[in-house]
Write a protein that binds this ligand. Structure first.
Ligand code: PLP
Length: 445
């Protein structure tokens, strides 16, 4: 056990100590080099040690690092908000800032509820999320998410009035349908749910437009996204998206909703905006919500001590400038397509059930049987991760519940957007070797 005073999440594990990092690579205090193919955990989109960001933060720190956002604004905060809005879908025109993804998604729920009250829909106090999703680790966001293994210990403390519908997952259709006979029953389920709950009681529907942590890069159909937008409009339900992992170029567009040409009402974001240089998150708010609250109470009943601090905003603004200058959104699309193509070589293995995703948010779902899609009875991707780490490749392995919320596992592939073709080739050959090794270790053919 580590002798320091830190309560690690894995208490008995010995963690290597990081010394420094550059670009795609981390170096520990023993001098060992690791490729950070996980971008931390879908965070370090621009790579490590970017001088321009560090310099901008230094410059800001010399002027002022912190003011309470309820007392002062700052140039850095205004500039950052303008840049975020310029990347967002048309009609979304204000940004609320906070420090991370869970805070962002809590804020989405609270802003949605406040909007409904101020719009005269006082009874709209229910929120609908989806199974196989992840929105954070606070009571509110765990209740909104759909990962049973992370929920059950805390369910007694969950807020009331948050419930789930099935996701749109064509590899494992919740209705057992194929493309030929699908008429978007999973979207119909949302409409039925709103009707049963009572349309005058539902405030918001929240989904990850492309999934991250819980189910590894599942893309809904265009039809599903359009139907969801229609259903939300029909019943005055706010359509909210969690772009904590997908935002700011990860999927090859500014936001994942851009793939579908859909304008949501609220977008939660975090990870890639700070790219690991600063802890920052927030919510992009549609004009209709801003106007309603401005004409009503005129004040959000919501704030955090670290909302929009000058130091965090300066770092994040420099990250956005770097993304733009180095065309990293386009690069994510291009390198993602290349990685997806090269990953296909792994389809030769009987355990590789599904390779999916877009841009640099990809996933591999492992199965016991390709035809029946029966899940494995052990966590294959966790073992892949354990094989690769000592060999210098860091992955986000060990996604569980990918099949039905309880069983099934997948590997999330979300490297920094700066990855090169040579680095992709290294990863493909290491994954190939790792899959062969884990299959052999479990007697799989
Ligand atoms: N939402 C999504 C889609 C995420 O992937 C995450 C984190 O993995 C969160 C919310 C929670 O973010 P945080 O860990 O910064 O609170």
């Amino acid at each position: 056990m580590d002798q320091s005073g830190i309560l690690y999440s894995e208490i008995r594990k010995q963690y290597p100590e990081v010394s420094y990092a550059e670009g795609m690579y981390l170096y520990d205090t023993e001098g060992k080099k690791y490729m950070d193919f996980a971008a931390g955990i879908g965070v370090v989109n621009i790579g490590h040690g970017v001088k321009e960001v560090i310099d901008r933060m230094n410059e800001q720190a010399r002027k002022v690092s912190y003011v309470y956002g309820g007392t002062f604004t700052s140039e850095a905060r205004r500039n950052l908000a303008d840049k975020i809005i310029s990347m967002a879908p048309e009609g979304m025109d204000k940004v609320f800032l906070c420090s991370g993804g869970s805070e962002a998604m809590e804020s989405v729920m609270k802003i949605a509820r406040q909007y409904q009250i101020e719009a005269g829909h006082e009874r709209k106090n229910k929120i609908i999320g989806r199974w196989q999703s992840y929105h954070g680790n606070t009571f509110g966001t765990l209740a909104l998410g759909g990962r049973p293994s992370w929920r059950w210990k805390y369910e007694d403390f969950f807020p009331r009035n948050i419930s789930q519908v099935s996701p749109c997952n064509c590899y494992r259709c919740p209705y057992g349908l194929t493309e030929e006979c699908c008429s978007c029953q999973c979207a119909d389920e949302l409409e039925k749910k709103i009707k049963y709950e009572g349309p005058d009681t539902v405030a918001a529907f929240v989904m990850e437009p492309i999934t991250g942590t819980t189910s590894a890069a599942i893309i809904p159909t265009q039809r599903y996204m359009e139907r969801v937008r229609e259903i939300c409009d029909k019943y005055d339900v706010l359509f909210c998206v969690d772009e904590v992992i997908t935002g700011f170029g990860r999927t090859g567009t500014n936001f994942a909703v851009d793939h579908f040409g859909i304008t949501p009402d609220l977008i939660g974001f975090a990870k890639g905006l700070g790219s690991g240089y600063v802890p920052i998150g927030g919510v992009i708010v549609h004009k209709k919500i801003v106007d309603t609250i401005a004409a009503g109470s005129g004040a959000l009943t919501h704030s955090f001590t670290f909302s929009g601090t000058p130091i965090a905003c300066a770092g994040a603004e420099a990250v956005l400038d770097y993304i733009k200058e180095h065309e990293l959104v386009e690069r994510s699309r291009r390198m993602g397509a290349l990685l997806l193509e090269k990953l296909k070589v792994l389809e030769k293995y009987s355990v590789v059930g599904n390779i999916r995703g877009i841009g640099l948010l990809l996933g591999i779902e492992f199965v016991k049987n390709k035809e029946t899609k029966e899940p494995l009875d052990f966590n294959f991707s966790a073992e892949i991760g354990k094989y690769c780490f000592p060999r210098g490749l860091m992955l986000s392995a060990g996604v569980t519940g990918a099949a039905d919320g309880v069983v099934g596992d997948a590997l999330q592939l979300a490297p920094p957007l700066i990855i090169s073709e040579e680095e992709i080739d290294f990863v493909i050959s290491m994954l190939d070797e790792a899959i062969r090794y884990v299959m052999a270790a479990h007697g799989l053919q």
